[in-house]
Design a binder for this molecule. Sequence first.
Ligand code: UDP
Ligand code: MG
Length: 319
Amino acid sequence: MATSATPVTLSVVVPLYNEEANVAPLVERVAGILEALPEHPSYEVILVNDGSTDGTAQSIRAELERRPHVVFVNLSRNFGHQLAATAGLDVSRGEAIVLMDGDLQDPPELIPEFIERWRAGYDVVYAVRRSRKGESAFKLATARAFYRIIRLLTNVSIPMDAGDFRLMSRRIVEVLKRSRERHRFLRGMVSWAGFAQTAVEYDRDERRYGSSKYPLSKMLKFAIDGVTSFSDVPLRFASYLGFTVSTVAFLYAIIIIFFRLFHLGIPEYTRGWASTMVAILFLGGVQLIGIGILGEYIGRIYDEVKARPLYLISDIERS
Ligand code: UDP
Ligand code: MG
């Protein structure tokens, strides 16, 4: 039986939120694949219960009793996917750490290939989705737009169509452990870390049981986290827009003064309330957008300054 002193080569970290029916098949598949490996590594499967409201905790406890190498991390409430993953990474002890979703959309069959590449010297092996089954056209389109926008606005090169399913070496996880930002965009933080990174392609399966925990509102929040954690382009966008509008206004003023000075009469397009209204509304809109962008960043500064713990663990059990 693995005690906390046993060296662990591979940690598999799985955040779980209302995945009661997925836990058993997931652990079964992961354990089966790892134990079939020729030089089968010592491993642990870290199951993080992210404040589930269904029977996920019971399902995890059943696994604890049924088999070795299981670690149950129970969070005090729902903290969200990225923070639940962070909790699992913090608890992990392996030399290599695989992060994967608990809904069997990330096939554990890729893990042997991850390990092979890691043994060949890579620090990060991430899985890139060649295709995604069973997801709506809307989800596909928004996911696509998301990766393109991130790439456009940020200066770290975050690989396209790669989720959080990946293997990381111990030193990458140590980098994450030292980066305690609250609005976490893990895949961006991993790209930022550098070292040798490589991709493995795969076909993304359908979610096995239950439904996606990423509705549009959460996806949007996640996208804003991704952009604001890695880019100050939106902040500068407000000043660019300000400069552009001021320049146009200045040229316009010169034209009006010119007409006035040389008694050319007031041109038709400078008269009337229509042009005034357009200018006021346009400027009002631009200012509100600018304030909104400032607000996004200030809200994040506020969250970071409070420096609360990222998550709270209510208990950890190991089999
Ligand atoms: N998840 C979590 N906490 C949450 C939401 C999701 O731990 O608040 C887990 C979820 O159980 C799953 C993974 O994060 O293992 C990815 O979530 P999901 O499959 O809903 O996302 P999608 O694949 O639809 O993007
Ligand atoms: Mg999923």
